[in-house]
Write a protein that binds this ligand. Structure first.
Ligand code: ZN
Length: 139
């Protein structure tokens, strides 16, 4: 179970669990926002999308569609998802929201923690500070 595979490890759950453990409060799948963002921080006016690399066509990623994938059906589906994602991000940005996209291939714990903290700002938990400085040192 060390390898990340989209279907069974549920990248979004991993991110949510991490955020929860770090002391952030959030709402899920807010439908009145463009693109129904996966994780929403209303107070901070920030949202996080957690994208599966295959379905959302992560460029240059080993989990994304390979060049040998000639199947037009999947290609169209993936391209449509990319267009939707881009439009949602544009609309959110226009309305003053900050967006972060976390790809399923980026779920390595320390690096993701640092990204989340720098995107969201520190949470209310004091424990964060030591974690943050540790993680930065390792980069
Ligand atoms: Zn990826």
């Amino acid at each position: 179970m060390s390898r990340i595979r989209s279907r069974d490890t549920k990248p979004e759950l991993i991110v949510r669990k991490m955020l929860h453990g770090m002391g952030y409060g959030y709402r899920l799948h807010v439908r009145d926002l463009p693109g129904t963002p996966d994780i929403v921080f209303r107070g901070r006016k920030k949202v996080i999308f957690v994208h599966g690399c295959f379905w959302h066509g992560h460029e240059g990623c080993r989990f994304a569609a390979k060049p040998s994938t000639r199947d037009q059906f999947w290609r169209h589906k993936i391209e449509a998802a990319q267009r939707r994602d881009a439009l949602a991000c544009e609309a959110l940005t226009r309305d003053g929201w900050k967006t972060l996209i976390v790809w399923e291939c980026e779920l390595s714990q320390d690096a993701l923690r640092v990204r989340l903290i720098s995107f969201l700002g520190t949470s209310s938990r004091e424990a964060e500070r030591s974690l943050q400085s540790d993680a930065y040192e390792r980069l």
